[in-house]
Design a protein around this ligand. Structure first.
Ligand code: GDP
Ligand code: IMO
Ligand code: MG
Length: 423
């Protein structure tokens, strides 16, 4: 095994990262989140229990594994406390298995207000953010105004006051009026709760661990199409969701990275605004949403559904240097008589398989290849030898198109509904 592997989403998020990180955790010593924050909702199901993780890595349910929230993550102490306390109540000794980078940035109550105010000002061109203050927090980081976790060990009250006052000035100019004293009081209490965790210089910790021969799995949040540089800008999140983000978000050198696991659904979803070339507005889309229970884990919003987009996936494979693919939610397509995959875009009469600068314009027509459906349930299969021929054909076509093997196939939400083809 390589010392550092990365697992990340290739589409618009919600590919099933949490489930697979949990499945792969026993193979690693450390599981580390490298970007994003409580905009993420990573769902895990096992032993008839279901958990949704927001800021905490998905490696906490397998005994003895260390979990790290890296410097590239943004943390809201209040949401972190709620998440952590619920896990502690269900018997997870979180304080002994979780460490948090001092360099991670803090999401303040005023960041949430700024997020909402910015969205309101954008009107019909709003991004449809999760409303968790992600954009304003990363903006403060880049403009060198941010508060970091390590600041809670220093002159925090003063730093907080300065940042808060600056935000209130901005909110005033955006026309925001209101009272957030209750939210602020709860947030400040949660900062005290955060002090009860082990705060570390995670770049040192991880590199020392690697030198001792330990292995690390980096857990991505969101997906490549939401990456701040390579996603469908401006309808993206504010961090680098791609493999390079693991280097900056954890302080590991590029040459330490071995496998990059790229995870995608057998179809495609998107939540929030923004272009989505293969989106379906018909009965097939409705059916995917219903069977796949496509409702956001964070906001409960209905996810938009469509056919798998191999043009976008090819681009995501290139940007991330994906070495192994993981295909999720294959079972959702069990009852479809015909299945489609987008193999090219037609843009202004020209056919291309290269993902263009912008997919914003409504002039993209997806070109589809059709496959006969397998029309049988995959959910209880245990071995690739049991796959129906039509399903094998679908897998083979995607592998050939993307030139990367599909190593794992998921056929249901439970930990056990995971079929490893090659690892
Ligand atoms: P993440 O953000 O990438 O971790 O994904 P989410 O948890 O937001 O969304 C994935 C959803 O699909 C969750 O509700 C999972 O329980 C569910 N899920 C994961 N894998 C499968 C699968 O193979 N089949 C089905 N039917 N559901 C799955
Ligand atoms: P996981 O990790 C799906 C989307 C939002 C919005 C855009 C910007 O569960 O896959 P933000 O709050 O980040 O400023 O919102 O990004 N978005 C996600 N969509 N899964 C996620 O995370 C997402 N995190 C953010 O819906 O369109
Ligand atoms: Mg999710």
């Amino acid at each position: 095994m390589n010392k550092v592997d990365v697992l990340l989403g290739l589409q618009w998020g919600d590919e099933g990262k949490g489930k697979v990180v949990d499945v792969l955790t026993p193979r690693y010593d450390i599981i580390a989140r490298f970007q994003g924050g409580p905009n993420a909702g990573h769902t895990l199901e096992f032993d008839n229990k279901k958990f949704v993780l927001r800021s905490i890595p998905s490696g906490i349910f397998q005994n003895g594994r260390e979990n790290i929230i890296g410097n590239g993550v943004v943390i809201d102490p209040l949401l972190f406390m709620e998440e952590a306390q619920a896990l502690e109540e269900s018997g997870i000794a979180l304080k002994s298995i979780l460490k948090i980078s001092r360099k991670a940035h803090l999401i303040m109550p005023t960041h949430r207000l700024l997020d909402a105010a910015a969205e309101a000002l954008k009107g019909s061109s709003k991004i449809g953010t999760t409303g968790k203050g992600i954009g304003p927090t990363y903006t403060d980081k880049v403009s060198r105004n941010g508060l970091r976790v390590g600041d809670i060990e220093r002159n925090f009250a003063q730093l907080y006051q300065q940042a808060r006052d600056r935000h209130l000035g901005m909110l005033d100019s955006m026309g925001w009026k209101g009272d957030f004293s209750d939210l602020e009081a709860r947030w400040l209490k949660a900062v005290d709760y955060l002090r009860g965790y082990t705060l570390i210089d995670s770049e040192h910790y991880i590199n020392h661990s690697l030198a001792e021969g330990k292995s690390v799995l980096c857990e991505g949040a969101q997906g490549t199409m939401l990456d701040i540089d390579f996603g469908s800008y401006p309808f993206v999140t504010s961090s680098n969701t791609v493999a390079a983000g693991a280097c900056t978000g954890l302080g590991i050198a590029p040459r330490t990275i071995g496998d990059v696991y790229g995870i995608f659904k057998a179809y495609c979803t998107r939540v929030g605004s923004g272009p989505f070339p293969t989106e379906l507005f018909d009965a097939d889309g409705e059916k995917m949403c219903d069977i796949g229970h496509e409702f956001g884990a964070v906001t409960g919003r209905r996810r938009r559904c469509g056919w798998v987009d191999l043009v976008a996936l090819k681009y995501a494979v290139m940007i991330n240097g994906v070495t192994r693919l993981i295909m999720m939610k294959s079972d959702v397509l069990d009852t479809f008589a015909r299945i489609k995959a987008c193999v090219a875009y037609e843009i202004n009469g020209v056919t291309t398989t290269d993902f263009p600068y912008s997919i914003d314009d409504n002039n993209i027509s997806p070109i589809y290849k059709e496959f006969p459906g397998w029309q049988t349930s995959l959910s209880n299969l245990t071995d690739p030898s049991q796959f129906p021929e039509e399903f094998n054909n679908y897998i083979k076509f995607i592998e050939d198109y993307l030139q990367v093997p599909i190593a794992i196939i998921s056929i249901g939400p439970d930990r056990t509904q995971t079929i490893v083809r090659s690892l």
